[in-house]
Write a protein that binds this ligand. Structure first.
Ligand SMILES: C[S@@+](CC[C@H](N)C(=O)[O-])C[C@H]1O[C@@H](n2cnc3c(N)ncnc32)[C@H](O)[C@@H]1O
Length: 477
């Protein structure tokens, strides 16, 4: 982080804005909005600026500024878009200990202006430290879209309870939990839906005698994190990651995902690699129960979907039996993620009308699957946990009579920046995978849908024109 994010109290303080165009007008609006006394300098201000001139805290000087104008100034904006005015402005601002910001002149800036989302009194400022302001603007648009306009009023409404909550609910964690429950729970929902009376009643109930006891009850959330690309998280998963007290994660959690967990949440790696158990399954379950007993919100973060080869059911059985509330949040399973990112649809009108997910091995090693039934015409087979057995699986399938020409793909680290895809047939996939030395996790896809990768892949494996030509041919054009 190259800049210190702060919000400056400018109420009643002098801010100088040099310029009369659009850039200057935006600075003036913001400064007035924060209660500053604004002095605008420009001999010929534009229309946007003159529209602001009636404001009681704004003074216009129809000239360029001089050094004396910076006396007692807290912030000086150079927004004239005239380089000849920028250097003196910066020099005079510094001479009077004012903070300076000259638009598009990094050398003349003590601070940068962030992209701002306002839900007064709630203000969200976004900055890329000057590296890519367009990203900040795009993010701002996204935040604008996802933040209900009433959030500002909600903040105002809740602020009236601040003293009582501080009085009645002791301890930082319990208080934070109470606030979160108010904002994200039924009271917040009622307020945002326009029912202020109900919101008040719910808060009073919670503040009432014994209401805070509920806050110490532990919970366990089993959350699917998807196959690795953080953009494939669900909104719900993200929300819970930002509310958990402790997160238990394993090695399938892709890079960048843990950064999205609440900053002060405890993180525990319970990751398992084949043959190298960092923590036994029963120990993980026992730990979740212990943490829930301590009143914590325990988030068990799992790769993909927790209920697809994730042992989620086993982990929760015991927790639920102990009487703790349990929530399961689905995630995008590796098959869906890898299919999409490798350009291999799992079903297709012309290729596969069904898809089956199987695991290559069970408790006692490679499973003796019936490959003629699985890899039959019109069906796609997705094999989880098969990386170490690619050659054996191909041999077994061919030995049972599946055609050696059956297309096969191995997707290694699917959806991640390190994704590798190896394609071939049952006859040659073993040798190709051995040569490619994938690191895992990896998924095996078997079926004629694999051949579509040639036209659908957008990762450099096939030109887009080929896809368009195929579509045109199918439409008979
Ligand atoms: C224990 S299973 C967990 C599956 C997970 N619950 C899901 O729904 O994707 C682990 C296997 O999932 C597959 N897998 C998970 N993430 C993957 C990824 N990013 N790319 C390829 N395969 C992946 C691999 O076959 C790996 O051995």
């Amino acid at each position: 982080m190259d800049y210190l994010p702060i919000f400056l109290d400018v109420a009643g303080r002098k801010i100088v804005v040099d310029g009369g165009g659009t850039v200057a007008a935006r600075r003036v609006e913001r400064a007035l909005g924060a209660g500053a006394l604004v002095e605008v300098f420009d001999p010929a201000p534009g229309e946007e600026m003159t529209r602001l001139f009636g404001h009681e805290r704004l003074t216009h000087h129809a000239r360029v500024p001089a050094e004396a104008d910076f006396a007692d100034c807290l912030v000086a904006y150079g927004a004239s878009e005239d380089p000849a005015r920028d250097a003196p402005l910066y020099k005079w601002a510094k001479a009077h200990n004012a903070l300076a910001n000259v638009a598009d002149e990094k050398d003349y800036c003590d601070f940068i202006t962030p992209s701002v989302v306002e839900r007064d009194p709630l203000t969200i400022a976004i900055s890329t430290g000057g590296a890519a302001p367009v990203i900040a603007r795009i993010l701002r648009a996204r935040v604008e879209a996802m933040l209900p306009a009433a959030y500002g009023r909600l903040a105002q409404f809740l602020s009236t309870y601040r003293d009582r909550i501080a009085d009645q609910i002791k301890g930082g964690t319990a208080r934070r939990r109470f606030w979160e429950n108010m904002i994200e729970g039924p009271a917040g929902d009622a307020f945002l839906a326009g029912d202020e009376a109900l919101a008040e009643r719910l808060i009073e109930e919670d503040l009432g005698a014994g209401g805070s006891k509920k806050l110490h009850r532990g919970e366990v959330w089993l959350v699917g994190a998807g196959p690795g690309d953080p953009d494939l998280l669900t909104f719900k998963a993200l929300r819970m990651m930002q509310h958990a007290d402790v997160v238990l994660y394993d090695r399938l959690i892709g890079d960048g995902l843990l950064d999205l967990v609440r900053r002060d949440a405890e993180r525990i790696n319970v990751g398992k690699t084949a043959g190298d158990h960092v923590m036994l399954q029963e120990d993980i379950t026992a730990l979740m129960i212990k943490l829930a007993r301590e009143g914590k919100r325990v988030l068990r973060l799992k790769g993909g979907d927790p209920f697809i080869f994730g042992r989620g059911g086993e982990e929760l059985e015991e927790v639920a039996a102990q009487g703790f509330p349990v929530v399961v949040v689905p995630g995008i399973t590796a098959a869906a993620g890898c299919g999409a990112s490798a350009g291999i649809p799992l079903t297709h009108r012309d290729h596969a009308q069904s898809v089956v997910f199987v695991t290559a091995h069970g408790k006692d090693g490679l499973l003796p699957h019936d490959w003629t039934a699985l890899a039959r015409e019109g069906q796609t087979v997705v094999v989880y946990m098969g990386l170490r057995f690619v050659a054996e699986i191909a041999e077994a399938a061919m030995a049972q009579g599946v055609s050696p020409d059956m297309p096969v793909a191995l997707v290694d680290n699917g959806t991640r920046t390190t994704q590798k895809v190896v394609t071939g047939t049952l006859a040659d996939i073993g040798a190709k995978v051995a040569a490619a030395r994938p690191k895992g996790p990896a998924l095996i896809l078997i079926g004629s849908v694999v051949s579509l990768r040639e036209v659908l892949a957008q990762d450099g494996a096939a030109p887009k024109e080929a896809f368009e030509m195929t579509l045109a041919a199918r439409e008979g054009l």
